[in-house]
Write a protein that binds this ligand. Sequence first.
Ligand code: SAM
Length: 290
Amino acid sequence: MTRRRSPTDAPYRPPERRAPVVTAPTVVTSLTNPLVKDIRALALKKERERTGLFVAEGLKLVMDALEAGWRLTALVYGTKVAAHPATRQAVAAGLSAGARVIEVTDEVLEKISRRDNPQTVIGVFEQRYATLAALDPRSQTTIVALEGVKDPGNLGTVIRTADAAGASAVLLVGDTTDPFGVEAVRATMGSIFAVPMIRTGLDELFAYAKTHRLPVIGTHLKGAVDHRAAPWREPGILLMGNEKAGLPDDAARRCDALVKIAMNGQADSLNLSIATAIVLFEARRAHLKL
Ligand code: SAM
C-alpha cells in the first residue's frame, strides 16, 4: 500500500552533509578565570615542567606551530581582532584541534603576556623534545650543541640561527635554560617549531659522535684553528660553550678540533649567539644555496 501524502509532504531529500558543529568560543573578561590563571602560571618553569605545556605568542607563531603539527591545547585572542580573517582561521584550527578557545579583553591579554603591548593571539602547546637515539646520523647536516646555555634570549636566537642555516638539530647539553620559557620562544621567532631539540649530557653527546663517527668541532677562545680553516664535514657536531665559563676543559679535550673566531679590539669574546652564527654559517657554507 502506498503511503498517502499529506499536502505538506515535501519530496524526500537526503540530509545535507554539514560541517561539524563548532562551539562558539567563550568571551572572558575576568582576570580570575581559571584558564587565564593556568596560562599565566606557565611563565614559571616548574609549572611548565609539571604540565608539559608552554606559551607561544602571536598569530604567526601559532599558525607555524599548527602547520608543523604541534598539539595546541588552548587558544586566546583579543576581542579587537576577533573579526579578522586570520584570527578566525586560527580559532577554527584551534576548535578543530580540540583546544579550549577563549576571546578576551585587552586587559586580560596584558595580564597573560605580562606586557603593555601584548600579541593579540596566544597559543598553549604541548612541549616536544626529540631524542639522540632517534636522530639518524645519516640524515643530519650540522648539529649545534650548546653546553650549559643560560640566557633564554641567546638560546632562542641560536635556535632561530640554526633553522636559518639549515642545521638539523639543537642539542641542549647539561644544565641549560628552558627553551620553552616565554623569552626563549619569543627569540626563536617560530624556529622552535622547525628545529628538533634534544636534551642530553656531554658523555652521551661524545658517545653518539663516536658511534656514528661524527666529528665534534668545539669553539674556544684558545682554539688553535681559525674557524674559516676548520675541517668542517657533514654530518658533524658544532659545540658551543657557556656564556660565562666557555667550554669546560673536559669537553674541550674531547673535541676533534677547537676553532677560534679571530677578533680585534678590546672585547675578550663574542656573544654566544653571534659566535654561533659566524661559525655555523661558515661550517655550512659549502651547502648553503641562494
Ligand atoms: N669567558 C668565556 C670563555 O673564556 O670562554 C667566554 C664565553 S663566550 C661569551 C661564549 C661562547 O661563545 C664560547 O664558549 C664560545 O663557544 C663562543 N665564542 C665567543 N667568542 C668566540 C671566539 N672569538 N672564538 C670562538 N668561540 C667564541
